[in-house]
Design a binder for this molecule. Structure first.
Ligand code: ZN
Length: 157
């Protein structure tokens, strides 16, 4: 799952700056793992993230997350309305490590062909300034597809 060891990326997540910004914003200043749902276009093996729906982490855990079913319903409604789809999920790791946990991997397996975007920072208290697009958070994306785990390249558009 490490970028260093992956060959060429097969899977891509194209994301608008605003989407990454929203994920980063949500991922800072949180005591629990932040999580949400990614809406966009599924052009397998390429995905395009259009917007994200924030969710409460109903596990209220700093080590894992569970998306609120109500947010999931909201996401589906919004996707239908906008003619897009639920293409994946995002969540944060407070440990500073973007690698998926054992539980994440189980979740990925339950949601094959869905992108898992993970943000990580050791510093929970980074201030997000309006004009500042680059903050000290790492972002990585993964997917379980064709019976294996794969890295997903994040392409800013
Ligand atoms: Zn995780």
């Amino acid at each position: 799952m490490n970028n260093k060891h992956s060959e060429k990326y097969v899977f891509r997540l194209k994301t608008k700056k605003g989407v990454l910004r929203e994920v980063k914003k949500h991922s800072t200043n949180n005591n629990y793992e932040a999580c949400g749902i990614i809406l966009g276009e599924d052009n397998y093996p390429e995905y395009k993230a259009v917007e994200v729906i924030r969710s409460d982490n109903i596990e209220k855990s700093s080590l894992s997350f569970e998306v609120d079913p109500d947010s999931f319903i909201e996401a589906h409604k919004k996707a239908n309305k906008h003619g897009i789809e639920v293409i994946g999920f995002y969540h944060s790791h407070l440990s500073g490590d973007c690698a998926p946990s054992k539980k994440d991997k189980k979740g990925m397996k339950r949601w094959p062909d869905h992108v898992w975007l993970i943000s990580a920072s050791k510093d929970k208290n980074i201030e997000m300034e309006k004009e500042k697009d680059e903050i000290d958070l790492n972002l990585s994306a993964y997917m379980y597809t064709q019976n294996r785990y794969s890295d997903v390249e994040i392409v800013k558009i």
